[in-house]
Design a binder for this molecule. Structure first.
Ligand SMILES: *Cc1c(COP(=O)(O)O)cnc(C)c1O
Ligand code: SF4
Length: 422
């Protein structure tokens, strides 16, 4: 049996006099975020060396830990998976040769502040820089905790206008920062404006509050959200230790309001770079009705190189999950392509070889098996959607497969110039 821990503020001397009402009030949590070494000293054992390192690191990067998450840390064990995500390490100052300021080109690909329209049918809208907590591995640390402001209403309106004009956008993803740091009324104003756009089918929200400040997920919040269905939420658990009684309640509250909740983990050295930890995490997630969605390879953002592990580790984790447990529990492992290429899924190889007639496949047990192709493999599609060209022409590699395009070529392909084409 998995025991859900309850974060007990009474166990941490610093919070001994905090009332239950204060502790469970997310505004109190945000007002009392730990940002300085002296306060941190009172919740964690910081030795002299760590103290010196912290002073240096805080010169460059901010620290912010919610009291709730601080109380979840093992105060003395430096490799505690929660502590590692919360307390800065000197390694953040290392500049790795592969580090980039904005690896995913979120700023470059953003003609309207806050808005990134990367994929054909969906947009990402960063509505705030503010998070309840500054996760040490944050891929958006170039933004988060820098100016501490919300996207202005003017810019929200520009984004809304853009979405209105682009009828192909059927999915709007609100992120930040953390959208749940906004007051219910401010968040509602944004969601309502987007919901008014008839071609927007689904609205998704990315938030880590269920993990780092679960008291934020109030009845009022979910009652507001459910007025604008279909709403989806993706959250960010990295370790099963984060699945406390409080986190469970927050996720169940959303599920009970009809909000499907997904999880996006980041693969982090010493935090969750182990197939067993990941397996336990995904199982515990399903138990609180959260569906594992993505497992991210750590991005190339500055100051997080010490968290990166090899891509092979991600493949190994997926190998240990697929088939060994339900497909419901298996996230898609992705590398978010530097330069804005988007998420690229990686997986172990299950296809060993093939001929005209047969595919040779292996399963999770290592059994090698075959699939004999049906004799009528070549068929044209007669479906209504194709006949009516409902989704328009295909793009990318998909357009090669269905014969819409013969080849995809780089725009400045040297061979084309040599042969006298333009
Ligand atoms: C991740 C991401 C999305 C959403 O991708 P899904 O695969 O649909 O979850 C959209 N836009 C940007 C820029 C993203 O990084
Ligand atoms: S909650 Fe997300 S955006 Fe905010 S600091 Fe953590 S990882 Fe970054």
């Amino acid at each position: 049996m998995f025991e859900y821990s309850t974060v007990n503020s009474r166990e941490v001397p610093l919070f001994r006099d905090v009332t239950e009402e204060q502790w469970n009030d997310w505004h109190w949590q945000m007002r009392n975020v730990i940002t300085d070494i002296n306060t941190l000293d009172k919740v964690a054992d910081i030795d002299r060396k760590e103290h010196e390192d912290l002073e240096k690191t805080l010169g460059k990067f901010k620290m912010a830990i919610t009291p709730y998450y601080a109380a979840l840390m093992d105060s003395s064990y430096k490799l505690c998976s929660v502590r590692l995500q919360a307390i800065p390490q000197i390694a953040e100052l290392n500049d790795d040769v592969s580090d980039m300021h904005d690896p995913l080109h979120e700023d470059v690909d953003s003609s309207i502040p806050g808005l990134t329209h990367r994929y054909p049918d969906r947009v990402l809208l960063l509505i705030t820089d503010i998070c309840s907590m500054n996760c040490r591995h944050c891929t958006r640390r170039r933004i988060v905790g820098q100016k501490d402001s919300n996207l202005s209403w003017d810019n929200i309106q520009r984004a809304v206008d853009y979405i209105k004009e682009h009828t192909e956008v059927r999915d709007v993803l609100l992120s930040g920062g953390d959208p749940f740091t906004l007051a219910d009324s401010s968040l509602e104003r944004i969601i309502a404006a987007i919901r008014e756009i008839s071609h927007v089918e689904i609205i998704r929200i990315g938030t880590r509050t269920p993990v780092v400040m679960p008291m934020r997920v109030t009845d009022d919040l979910v009652n507001m959200l459910k007025k604008y269905h279909p709403i989806y939420v993706n959250t960010h658990f990295n370790h099963y230790k984060e699945i406390t009684h409080e986190a469970k309640e927050a996720c169940e509250k959303m599920a009970n309001a009809g909000i499907p909740v997904g999880n996006q983990s980041v693969l982090l050295r010493d935090v969750n770079d182990c197939p067993r930890i990941m397996k336990k995490l995904v199982h515990e997630l399903l138990k609180i009705r959260v569906k594992p969605y993505y497992l991210y390879q750590c991005d190339l953002s500055k100051g997080i190189s010490h968290f990166r592990v090899s891509v092979s580790k991600g493949i190994e984790i997926i190998e240990s999950l697929r088939g060994h447990t339900t497909g419901m529990a298996v996230p898609t492992y992705v590398v978010d392509a530097p330069g804005g290429g988007g998420k690229i899924p990686l997986s172990p190889n299950y296809l060993l070889s093939h001929s005209d007639k047969r595919y040779v496949l292996r399963n999770y047990e290592g059994v090698i098996t075959t699939y004999t192709q049906p004799s009528n493999i070549f068929s044209e599609c007669w479906c209504e959607l194709c006949k009516n060209n409902e989704y328009g022409p295909l793009d990318g590699v998909a357009s090669l497969l269905n014969g819409e395009k013969l080849a995809l070529e780089p725009k400045d392909l040297a061979r084309r110039h040599r042969n006298g084409h333009t």
